[in-house]
Design a protein around this ligand. Structure first.
Ligand SMILES: Cc1cc2nc3c(=O)[nH]c(=O)nc-3n(C[C@H](O)[C@H](O)[C@H](O)COP(=O)(O)OP(=O)(O)OC[C@H]3O[C@@H](n4cnc5c(N)ncnc54)[C@H](O)[C@@H]3O)c2cc1C
Length: 470
């Protein structure tokens, strides 16, 4: 039974305390947006936002959505780049801003139980006090939530060695579309691995709030390596970076990171932080090694020796201050892009290609060419070690012609990723903006995804308009 906005809000107020239901238009405005360019243009307003404090609040809201047939959309910090946390068809947004507790850190069992609204950096700070860390490391870590990371299967530079969020979610408490609550990964389990039953945790991780809503997450955490060092290597040609990494693999070395700065990124960073003295050439890699201080001292020298075979320039930092200075250059990409293209704004569209390592040079070259044809500035960087190429598209959003060309660019980049044997998204997710590519990427497997969705959410209330293309 469909009911109007007023009816939905009235029902929410009947089942939730007044301070947990927001429906005044001014306060709803921020919920029209996430970081995607798509949300800037859609501006879809939810009918209400609820801010639960307990799982019972979430259950009550889902029950109202189920009874009234209105969409219900979970939201962490809204840093997503795909419109995932937006309600394009209206409905109720569930903001996890008040469910951000660390329920438990169990170092001896290498796990932590947290609420989904916990900000990534806050978790890392709590873990650091106990000598632990949570390996996935998104660049948005100061803001994004663990729930958003699990929903999108987020990751970052260290995924090369440590993997993505999916590898670190051991279990979850999930509210389903019919308002029932299940615990995946074993109701009482604190095991670090299991081969019992179908792995439902994996099904929910990466499903972007379309199959269920996380209200608790049991996370695998790791002992924090006590030392690290970073090699900064410059290469004459992109192909040399692939060969260099392969040299490391051949020598039995898997670094913790191998971050790529294409020459477009190096030029931008040079404008912003010239004192870093980044090398000339077509590409720079930031290669990190971790371990005990002794191991790191030996390993960075050994690794550097191999890197020098292909790099035109190589130097390394063992001092934590210098390491942080090098990483700051990488995380300052946003400031750097603004300096390199004054008057242009970076938009998040077509920004997250992941391709086989060996295809990175071809992909970057083809993407550069498409950018030139369409007269759009693009800066390339990314998590080279796992093939994740980020494309920073810079435009004047007020220029309708340029916006149209940027749309074409994003479309062609997505198609390029599939063509070279990659994926349209390495870590940011599908959301509303990439649903149209799911058929081309997944073929008939998409039909199975849709059947799972229909089974678990027959009324289609959980985050509709996302993920499942045509
Ligand atoms: C500057 C910048 C840098 C970034 N760098 C990275 C990066 O390095 N790596 C990376 O992976 N991503 C990156 N991102 C993208 C984004 O930060 C991640 O996708 C992040 O995981 C989103 O978290 P969030 O809390 O903001 O989620 P939101 O944007 O609020 O939501 C994202 C998705 O999660 C769903 N969701 C949220 N909470 C729940 C819940 N409790 N249950 C079920 N579903 C839920 C939402 O419905 C939505 O589909 C970056 C974004 C920005 C703006």
């Amino acid at each position: 039974m469909a009911v109007g906005s007023a009816g939905v809000v009235r029902r929410l107020r009947q089942v939730l305390p007044a301070d947990r239901v927001i429906d005044d238009r001014a306060t709803l405005i921020p919920y029209q947006y996430d970081a995607s360019f798509w949300s800037l243009r859609q501006r879809r307003m939810p009918q209400a936002v609820i801010v639960p404090e307990t799982v019972a609040d979430v259950v009550a809201a889902v029950r109202v959505a189920s009874e009234t047939g209105v969409p219900i959309v979970p939201r962490g910090a809204g840093t997503g780049q795909t419109g995932g946390a937006i309600a394009p068809e209206g409905g109720v947004v569930v903001s996890f801003a008040r469910m951000r507790r660390v329920v438990e850190v169990d170092r001896r069992n290498l796990q932590a139980i947290v609420e989904p609204g916990l900000v990534y950096l806050d978790l890392q700070n709590v873990l650091a006090e106990r000598g632990l860390f949570f390996p996935p490391d998104p660049g948005s870590g100061r803001a994004c939530t663990i729930g958003g990371m699990a929903a999108n299967n987020a990751s970052g530079p260290h995924a090369v060695r440590w993997g993505t969020t999916s590898a670190y979610v051991l279990g979850a408490e999930v509210v389903l579309a019919d308002a029932s609550v299940i615990t995946t990964g074993g109701v009482r389990s604190k095991a670090l691995k299991s081969s019992s039953g179908i792995d439902l945790t994996k099904l929910f991780v990466g499903s972007e709030g379309t199959l269920g809503i996380f209200t608790k997450l049991r996370l695998r955490v790791q002992p924090r390596p006590p030392a690290r060092a970073v090699i900064l290597a410059g290469y004459a040609r992109l192909e040399d970076t692939v060969a260099s990494l392969d040299d490391l693999f051949e020598a039995g070395i898997l670094p913790s990171t191998a971050e790529l700065l294409d020459r477009s990124a190096v030029e931008a960073i040079q404008l912003w932080r010239p004192e870093l003295g980044l090398p000339d050439g077509e590409a720079v890699l930031l290669i990190e090694v971790e371990g005990t201080p002794d191991q790191v001292g030996a390993s960075v020298r050994f690794t550097d020796g191999i890197v020098r075979r292909r790099a035109t320039v190589s130097r390394f930092a063992e001092d934590e201050k210098e390491i942080q200075r090098l990483w700051a250059a990488r995380s300052g990409m946003a400031a750097a892009t603004a300096l390199a293209h004054p008057g242009k704004h970076r938009i998040f569209a077509g920004e997250d290609l992941a391709v086989p390592l060996t295809e990175i040079p071809r992909t970057v070259r083809a993407a550069r060419e498409i950018g030139e044809q369409l007269r759009i500035a693009v800066i390339f960087y990314g998590h080279f070690g796992d093939g994740n190429v980020h494309t920073a598209i810079l435009i004047d959003p007020e220029d309708a012609d340029e916006v149209q060309r940027a749309d074409e660019l994003a479309d062609r980049l997505h198609k390029l990723a599939i063509e070279v044997g990659g994926t349209v998204t390495g870590e940011h997710g599908t959301g509303a903006v990439r649903a149209q590519y799911m058929r081309a990427e997944h073929g008939d497997a998409l039909d199975v995804m849709k059947r799972i969705k229909d089974l678990m959410d027959p009324k289609g209330i959980l985050n509709p308009g996302k993920l499942y293309g045509s």
